[in-house]
Design a protein. Structure first.
Length: 416
């Protein structure tokens, strides 16, 4: 049985192609069953995200063209249009690829953890639709264990490498538990949306979103249990905020020193953490000189991100060392399956020969032959039967093969 991996990802294909081969949740069950039903395919898992669509299958041969043809047919594409963007891997290289993907080493953002959850979803879908067998089940379980080991044994996921994540991590360093604090987010673009999600994931119970268009602020705030206010009301709510993150397209500052000082007086000078991600800046730089205020700009965060990216790159090298050894572990297990099959065959043949010898012995005993003579002949015949084939092979081997066979025989039978 051969392991094959075929697919496209953000390294091999543009988004215009990736969206054409994407499998949404509604189509995935039928696609899995159809792939598993393809002649020669024994097991199947499909991992499909915005950045990758990858097919993992075990086949009775190592024909990479089979899953390529299937993918092209499923997505209504011409093979010649699809092939330039595809990668294909077999056996150990395929194992290594999955382990690197699960650990976040093949992601656009090095070390990001979301891909592991997406791989687990793909695995659960394959389990639910019965397209898994022994090889892929063990492989994906192994990938989950390796990803956990890499997270535990390296610093791959400890350092933020996005502006939004860096802002939230800095807030954690200042306040610790974010669950007891209020966040005011000014703006409603992609960066603020990411900040809001990270804050929500870290337990922030109270999130206020301010935006010129109230409806956009509501779309962002309501799903996270927060509430929205128009931009004109920022001054009235600033005193509530322990954390303020701004990212608007305003040409002039939205927060000035006077507004922040009024809020601090109302807060009895409890500290405020402010992050200005906007260009041009949303917060007057003079605010940074006010006591009890921690003000960071996008440049401050970029230096944090670069330092952290370097830290992740070091961790990624450590992770690759772990993965290399774990690829060997999995491939050793796969190799042991062949040994198990051979052992079973040897045992079955030995049992069959033993049964034939026993039939003869029982017949002689029934005829009244001397039991001691019957037992001696049974033992002799059984010994001859079991060693005949290996003895004949050793005698028949030419000089070149004989030395290797003799060494193997000594190892197998424990002969000095």
């Amino acid at each position: 049985m051969s392991l094959l991996v075929v697919g496209v990802n953000h390294r091999t294909a543009p988004v215009s192609l990736r969206e054409k081969v994407f499998f949404d949740a509604d189509r995935l069950p039928d696609a899995l069953r159809d792939l598993r039903g393809t002649d020669g395919v024994h097991e199947a898992v499909i991992v499909s995200t915005c950045n990758r669509t990858e097919i993992y299958c075990s086949q009775f041969d190592s024909d990479l063209d089979r899953p390529v043809r299937w993918l092209a047919r499923q997505q209504g594409l011409c093979e010649t249009d699809l092939s330039p963007y595809l990668f294909g891997l077999t056996e150990g290289e395929g194992v290594r690829h999955l382990l690197r993907v699960a650990c976040g080493l093949d992601s656009m953002v090095l070390g990001e953890p979301q891909i592991l959850g997406q791989i687990k979803d793909a695995y659960r879908a394959a389990v639910a639709h019965r397209t898994l067998g022994r090889l892929l089940n063990r492989l994906f379980q192994h990938a989950f264990q390796v990803a956990k080991k890499v997270r535990t044994d390296t610093a791959i996921g400890t350092s933020p490498v996005s502006v939004a994540f860096a802002a939230v991590r800095l807030a954690e360093q200042i306040f610790g538990d974010l669950g007891r604090h209020t966040a005011l987010l000014i703006g409603a673009g992609d960066t603020i949306a990411l900040v809001a999600r990270h804050l929500h994931e870290r337990g922030t119970q109270r999130i206020i979103v301010a935006n010129r268009t109230l409806e956009r602020a509501q779309c962002l705030a309501v799903p996270l249990g927060g509430y929205a206010i128009p931009l004109s009301q920022v001054g009235n709510h600033l005193e509530e905020a322990d954390i303020v993150v701004t990212a608007t397209s305003s040409a002039v500052p939205i927060l000035d020193g006077a507004m922040v000082e009024r809020a601090l007086r109302a807060r009895k000078h409890r500290p405020m953490f402010l992050v200005d991600i906007a260009i041009p800046r949303d917060i007057d730089p003079a605010v940074g000189g006010i006591s009890d205020v921690y003000l960071y700009t996008v440049d401050d965060l970029e230096s944090v991100i670069q330092d952290n990216l370097h830290s992740r790159q070091i961790a990624a090298r450590q992770a690759d060392e772990i993965i290399a050894s774990q690829v060997h572990c999995y491939m050793d297990w796969v190799g042991s399956l062949d040994a198990v099959a051979v052992i079973r065959a040897i045992r079955a043949r030995a049992d069959a020969r033993r049964e034939r010898v026993l039939v003869t012995a029982r017949r002689r005993l029934a005829l009244g032959d001397d039991p001691r003579d019957v037992l001696e002949q049974l033992a002799r015949r059984l010994t001859n039967t079991l060693i005949h084939a290996p003895s004949a092979k050793l005698r028949a081997a030419d000089n070149l093969d004989r030395e290797a066979l003799i060494k193997a025989a000594r190892d197998l039978f424990g002969v000095d």
